[in-house]
Design a protein around this ligand. Structure first.
Ligand code: CUK
Ligand code: CUA
Length: 672
């Protein structure tokens, strides 16, 4: 009750300040100039709150932003934001509007708190799924998270994310927010247009970035045009198993144009997808040999190519005998077949563009110019008509290049460095402007070119990359919130040395004028893209469904152990330990080994209470586990060194947590 009174008082106070403020000076049209809070001559902000506001130098706008973002202790956020963590190789989960970090999900990089990537089996085997040839890969560069969709709506079941560095894609199960699978494209070494899903998540789409010979085999750069290629890969997603099914996946060969970003069609355009590109010049660099540097060579032409492909048709063709070539185990539709079958088309697009974003109704595709101040809007209907009328020329590879004027609906000049576009529920679009450091809001006009207009620009701090709107990639965006993922923070936060955090800014797009509500330092990697989903769509488990659960199979584990059945089994040099963890002991408490033993260690957390997680570390063995309530975790190692080691629970789980430990004694070889 008291909380309500306080809230009402705060709201009244904020309203009063606004009235007081606008009485004194005319409402500015651009960015409002912050004014100090002033007493409103009776009936305004209560004295104690006024004192706080003044002591902290808060403006009415600050107070409004605080009221819109503050989530009281014990209350929960409205949305989850799944943000890529860039070079940290992870995903960061954030609550909106509070912008509180809820979790970091380890994906391509080991992470000790989650016990991700230690002990040879279990999650380390997940990481090993992404190894390249004989090289163990323990880093990743995550760019684009994609939530699984049903009928064009986020369904809250799975999250996919790419690793640009080594052309890999990961599957995260949102029942427990853990990475279940990493797949490596056998023919690509660099991706970017990934991950994207069609409206029913039949596939996870990935397009290459930097072209190489397929299978990244050696070929001199002088053979670029003949030998280097890009690929669009359609990873078949098996929703039942929660895994990408590589055997039923396939690729479409595309020219070495450095494809950038893709988006899948929806509703009318379902079955199609779109990727832009930025090196149709096929520049090959080599500044050290007197050639133009990449950044100049890649930007010579005024237009590049929007790639338009019919993935549904491609899937039919890939299933037919003789239509694909198997390269390194993956079926590939070569360019001539793709052309012959009407799978692949191009359309000119200005100029070294970045994003390609399909509107919620699926009828239009927005391409942001990057080096051109416009966004270009393509009409899917016009594209289909141009294809039907064969209104095209061809490129060097024989691929139809649709007539620009025939497929382009209109262009809107927004400002410098347009990158990425999102949509709201009121028929507006939002585009990030990297060079302007701003978000542009503009109207969608349907089939009427005159309806597309720049409405407003809001400065952000600074040099924005992606933006993410609430439910922004679905057929029904929510509006209300937009997160600006800014590349530079410069002076926004307390200094933490030369490496600064990125600045994720929460913007209010639910009001007539956009405003910045919150600055959130992202000090754990560089976010590229993020997706924002309504919180009630995520049905995360509080504890695992049964005691003795294997999170990797999402089924009961054959290695689960019940209390009273803990044991150590020896078969020659192979030792298997069946351990339980419960507040406040690990059973057994003594593990006696011989040097050289191959050890397989299963631990079941027999707790059923939410949050009763036990961690498990053994000194000197590079082992860290997180065993959540009900989980059975497994690790393996070889006891190479004799000695006496302590193992213990790493989560402060109870008053007797420090006592939750045991000794592992490894007898030296000579004593054996
Ligand atoms: S990218 Cu980073 S700002 Cu990889 Cu989608 Cu555009
Ligand atoms: Cu279990 Cu500490």
């Amino acid at each position: 009750m008291r909380r309500w009174i306080v809230l009402v008082l705060l709201l009244m106070a904020a309203a009063a300040i606004f009235v007081a403020c606008s009485d004194e000076e005319p409402e500015p049209t651009a960015t409002p100039v912050p004014a100090p809070v002033q007493a409103s001559g009776g009936g305004g902000l209560p004295d104690d709150l006024l004192a706080v506001a003044n002591a902290r130098g808060l403006t009415p706008q600050d107070i409004r932003a605080a009221l819109k973002t503050y989530v009281p202790s014990g209350k929960k956020d409205e949305y989850y934001l799944f943000s890529s963590g860039g070079q940290s190789g992870n995903v960061v989960v954030i609550g909106v509007p509070s912008m509180r970090i809820l979790k970091q999900i380890a994906v391509f990089t080991p992470e000790a708190w989650q016990g991700y990537g230690y002990g040879e089996v279990g999650t380390e085997a997940v990481l090993d799924g992404g190894n390249v040839d004989t090289t163990t890969i323990r880093m990743g560069d995550t760019h684009h998270p994609a939530l699984s969709e049903t009928n064009g709506e986020y369904d809250g079941q799975f999250l996919f994310i790419n690793d640009k560095a080594s052309a890999r894609v990961a599957v995260i199960d949102l029942r427990d927010f853990e990475t279940k699978q990493i797949v490596k494209d056998p023919n690509l070494i660099s991706n970017h247009g990934s991950s994207f899903v069609p409206p029913n998540t039949e596939y996870v789409i990935q397009a290459s970035q930097y072209a190489t010979p397929l299978g990244w085999e050696y070929a001199p750069i002088s053979e670029y045009k003949e030998k280097y290629r890009g690929l669009i890969t359609l990873y078949k997603f098996d929703r039942e198993k929660g895994r990408i099914d590589l055997a039923n996946s396939f690729s479409i060969e595309i020219p070495p144009y450095w494809q950038d970003l893709c988006d899948a069609g929806k509703l009318v355009s379902d079955g199609w997808a779109f990727c832009n590109s930025f090196n149709t010049e096929m520049a090959t660099g080599g500044i050290e040999s007197g050639n133009p540097p990449f950044e100049a060579g890649v930007s010579q032409r005024d237009t590049d190519y929007l790639h338009i492909f019919n993935w549904r048709k491609a899937a039919e063709v890939a299933a037919q005998a003789g239509k694909t070539e198997v390269i390194n185990g993956m079926r590939v539709i070569r360019i001539p077949t793709a052309v012959e079958e009407g799978i692949l088309y191009l359309a000119p697009e200005p100029k070294s563009p970045h994003g390609a974003d399909v509107t919620p109704d699926g009828k239009y595709i927005t391409v942001a110019g990057k080096l051109d101040p416009h966004v270009t809007i393509y009409s899917f209907d016009k594209i289909m008509k141009a294809i039907e009328a064969k209104n095209w020329t061809t490129d060097d590879f024989g691929i139809p290049v649709l007539d620009f004027d025939a497929v382009m609906l209109t262009q809107v000049e927004l400002g410098l460095g347009p990158l990425h576009t999102q949509y709201d529920d009121k028929g507006n679009a939002y585009t990030s402007l990297f060079l302007d450091s701003a978000v542009a809001k503009w109207s969608l006009g349907g089939d009427d070119p005159a309806g597309y207009k720049l409405l407003e620009k809001l400065p952000v701090q600074y040099n924005i990359g992606h933006i993410s709107a609430a439910e922004g990639d679905t057929v029904s965006p929510d509006g209300q919130y937009l997160v600006a993922l800014n590349k530079w923070a410069v002076d926004r936060f307390l200094s933490v040395g030369p490496l600064k955090p990125q600045n994720e800014q929460l913007l209010d797009i639910g009001s007539d004028q956009m405003s910045v509500l919150y600055d959130m330092p992202m000090g754990i990697g560089e976010p590229h893209y993020a997706q924002m989903i309504k919180a009630d769509k995520i049905k995360a488990w509080e504890v695992y469904p049964e005691v003795g659960w294997d999170p990797l199979t999402q089924a009961p584990s054959e290695f689960a152990v019940k209390p009273g059945e803990e044991r150590i089994e020896r078969d020659g040099n192979n030792v298997t330990i069946y351990m339980t963890a419960v507040r406040s002991h690990l059973t057994p408490e003594h593990v006696t080994l011989k040097q050289g033993d191959n050890v397989t260690w299963h631990i079941t957390n027999i707790e059923t209470a939410p949050d009763a997680t036990h961690g498990f570390d053994i000194g000197g063995q590079n082992i860290s586990l997180s065993i959540e309530p009900g989980e059975t975790a497994t690790f393996q190692f070889t006891a190479n060194h004799s000695g006496t080691y302590a193992y213990y629970c790493t989560e402060f789980c109870s008053a007797l947590h420090l006592e939750m430990m045991g000794y592992m004694m490894v007898a030296p070889e000579e004593a054996n």
